[in-house]
Write a protein that binds this ligand. Structure first.
Ligand SMILES: Cc1cc2nc3c(=O)[nH]c(=O)nc-3n(C[C@H](O)[C@H](O)[C@H](O)COP(=O)(O)OP(=O)(O)OC[C@H]3O[C@@H](n4cnc5c(N)ncnc54)[C@H](O)[C@@H]3O)c2cc1C
Length: 396
């Protein structure tokens, strides 16, 4: 039986960088990382939240800790690209906008406060300037921060490939399959192989609360999300070439939406993408996860999102539109759980819809905890402690 210092289960946005940081620090590492499903509708699982060509990245956030997680990760993107020979970061700029009044006023005030402490400091724009300078039609009462640099979008597939490749270059062993069971430091894989380590990091994304690999059940909710895509002609794509990533609150909405600028997808076409929900169905079992990922998302949600995309970009024609499913994990704290649960197991879970851009830093923090270190000297107000179900809360 092969033995390692650390086994990392889950090669997604947090697990893959965790394995890289551990391997580059000289530990012997096994990374248990199933591939992205070749055909999602035929895949029996597990699933991940990184099956896409683009995720927004930005330093501005409604919370200083999320901003710091991203700022530190963004500062390492170019090094990862250079060493792994992959194009990850597209510095198109990012806009974050919200109303000064109403139910979302706190959101706006929070991200403006965080932006004021950043260096270089993003500029503030009103709705008129956003239309004149960027061609984006925001609700008239909006205030926005605009980061021209160190923001835009990152390619989660390229990021994952880079992290796994660099972990391998540093000596890590990848097992391209799922883990079925864990007993202490002993992990059994789908093909029956058993491997062992002093420490096991569980970074299984949307499966964390339902996979049985953690010694305790984390309090977290998994939401089924729909994203909508608008295909563009090359001409329209060129006209929007300077478009930033956008987070905004449409007129009358009580939550924000996100929009990715034109991105070329594996089918060769350019697409805009829009997403953002607060009221989607919950996913509570592997069977529900499979059913959701085998579908195409919710068409009504998609139609509503595409209407808001058309409002943001008046006069822009879409050649075609479609929707896709995904899943996000919200924790009770609003932050990832990065915690050593017992002598052989560390949890690195709970992206809260925001961990693709800052997965590298979350992976680094996971590596510190997995090797017995503490996070209180890392500059965060948050302790990343987990909240775990007990008998009383198990049914919720
Ligand atoms: C629609 C959508 C849009 C998003 N947009 C953004 C954005 O713009 N910016 C941003 O920063 N974030 C965004 N996110 C959030 C981001 O993608 C997640 O926060 C991030 O992927 C979470 O990282 P993770 O490592 O916890 O999980 P994942 O990235 O999901 O990785 C988990 C991995 O664990 C593996 N796994 C599960 N079970 C097992 C097992 N038993 N054995 C082995 N492996 C297993 C899975 O295959 C997967 O590869 C978005 C998410 C969604 C769904």
């Amino acid at each position: 039986m092969e033995t390692f210092d650390v086994i990392v289960i889950g090669g997604g946005m947090m697990g893959a960088p965790c394995a890289r940081h551990l391997a580059e620090a000289g530990h012997s590492v096994a990374l248990v990382a199933p591939p992205e499903p070749p055909v999602k509708t035929e895949w029996q699982g597990p699933f991940g939240s990184h099956y896409d060509a683009a995720r927004i990245t930005r330093r501005v956030a409604a919370d200083a800790d999320w901003s710091l997680l991203s700022t530190r990760s963004i500062a390492r993107y170019r090094d990862l690209e250079a060493r792994a020979g992959r194009s990850i970061f597209h510095e198109t700029g990012a806009l974050m906008a919200g109303p000064e009044e109403g139910p979302m006023a706190t959101f706006t005030a929070s991200f403006r406060a965080v932006a004021r402490d950043l260096s270089p400091q993003p500029v503030e724009l009103g709705a008129c300037e956003t239309w004149e300078d960027l061609g984006l039609a925001l609700p008239s009462e909006s205030v926005a921060t605009y980061e021209a640099d160190l923001a835009g979008w990152m390619d989660p597939r390229a990021m994952r490939d880079a992290q796994i490749a660099l972990a391998g270059q540093a000596g890590a062993t990848r097992f391209a399959q799922a883990a079925e069971t864990r007993t202490g430091g002993r992990v059994t894989l789908t093909d029956g192989t058993t491997i062992e380590a002093a420490q096991v990091v569980v970074a299984t994304g949307p499966h964390a609360a339902m996979g049985g690999l953690l010694p305790r059940v984390p309090r977290m909710k998994v939401w089924a999300r729909t994203i909508a895509f608008a295909r563009l002609s090359e001409e329209t794509g060129a006209a929007l070439a300077d478009m930033p990533s956008v987070i905004f609150v449409p007129e009358g909405w009580n939550h924000d939406l996100y929009v990715l600028p034109p991105v070329r997808y594996p089918d060769g076409h350019l697409y805009l993408k829009i997403g953002g929900q607060v009221d989607s169905p919950r996913i509570t079992s592997p069977a529900e996860m499979r059913a959701w990922f085998h579908g195409t998302g919710d068409a009504d949600v998609g139609a509503r999102l595409l209407r808001e995309l058309a409002n943001l970009l008046p006069g822009t024609s879409f050649e075609a539109t479609h929707t896709e499913p995904c899943a996000v994990v919200w924790t009770d704290t609003g932050f990832p759980y990065i915690e050593r649960i017992d002598a052989t197991c560390t949890a690195l879970i709970g992206g809260n819809g925001a961990a693709a851009k800052c997965g590298d830093e979350l992976g680094r923090l996971g590596a510190i905890v997995a090797t017995g270190g503490a996070l209180d000297g890392e500059g965060y107000a948050q302790d990343f402690g987990g909240v775990w179900q007990d008998a009383a809360t198990a049914a919720e």
